[in-house]
Design a protein around this ligand. Sequence first.
Ligand code: PLP
Length: 427
Amino acid sequence: MTTAARNFEAGLQRPEDAQLFSRAELEKIRADFPILQQKVHGKPLVYFDNAATSQKPRAVIDAIVRYYETTNANIHRGVHFLSERATEQHDAARRTVQKFLNARSANEIIFVRGTTEAINLVAQSYGRANVGPGDEVLITGMEHHSDIVPWQLLCDDKGAKLCVGPIDDNGELLIGEFADLLSPRTKLVAVTHVSNALGTVNPVRKIIELAHERNVPVLVDGAQAAPHMKVDVQELDCDFYAFSGHKVYGPTGIGVLYGKAALLNAMPPYQGGGDMIASVTFQKSTYNKVPYKFEAGTPDIAGAIGLDAALRYVSDIGIDRIGAHEHDLLEYATTAISQIPSLQIVGSASEKAGVLSFVLENVHPHDIGTILDQEGVAIRTGHHCSQPVMRRFNIPATARASFAIYNTREEIDALARGIEKVREVFA
Ligand code: PLP
């Protein structure tokens, strides 16, 4: 299968067709991120911890400051000028997310705290209403803990079973075995679009097709996909899609759950409180329409406005170009570091997004991270909230470099030099 065909399968929009950034464009992008202008331990900061959280461009920082300086008010309940303006901006943010995901309606966009809360919402609302004793929820062996534990809580509560599709030595889902696990008892499939620990891009379109053939709805964890590739929820035909604002250059504390309107309308509320009700008496409450039914209490208004600015920033540059740039960095980094003796890359799927996990013989990943930090290079070390993946590869942890819009090949050279230093220290 060609790369283009595989990308199509994975729901990617062929980033290799997009034009790479020129040197001048990349410099301009880097200048948009104030945090990158500093030195760490006397060295220029090289930030390769983007899968954990990405840095914020000036446009996002300014939007949040502007909101608090000029508009701050609670939304929906006020008739005064500021409240109406804050409400308009919050509504506009929802429409920006709708456009970003190509959802049919803005009402299919629910603001949450992040991917974790989005998945818990589906588990506790859709799951509690639809999963019963003996039923099954199917996930993959490469999920983040936030796409495992909510389902365990649900299954424990309901007497249901969590089934796990296995992955191979490259970190790819064994799609045939996954399909075999779809049974008449499967009530929901939940899969990550991109693995945060391995970088694997899952064939989500294929997974959704397989599940839909059996009338099973699919939730896609898009935490590591939304920042790197075009996501079109209508084209994918996923039932739920979750992502976090802070990984896509937006603020922390804001994220998105997309859900098909028919499913959201039928689902019971997740949390109770203000804004999610139509009427309340001590005898009975009735609920607001979606999306408000799932947004109890004062939301993160500034966060939504910051997310709006982040998604506009990404869209103005072009998500396909961002994906192409990161892919170029991934290939460059893979070539550079795989030449280092005693280094082993963990995760070599044929389709990967900008995540490079590795281990060095006889060196604990935390030591790699600490020495690299002294060189100004920020990476993440540990199990990456994916302990089952670590167990699958018989390792306690990895060192992980993950790439974003503002990273450069020169920074990868700095990473490679830093790893050589680690080897010298432990020689
Ligand atoms: N899913 C994946 C694949 C992730 O990488 C992460 C965070 O790293 C999450 C879910 C959880 O995201 P958050 O902590 O923003 O809710």
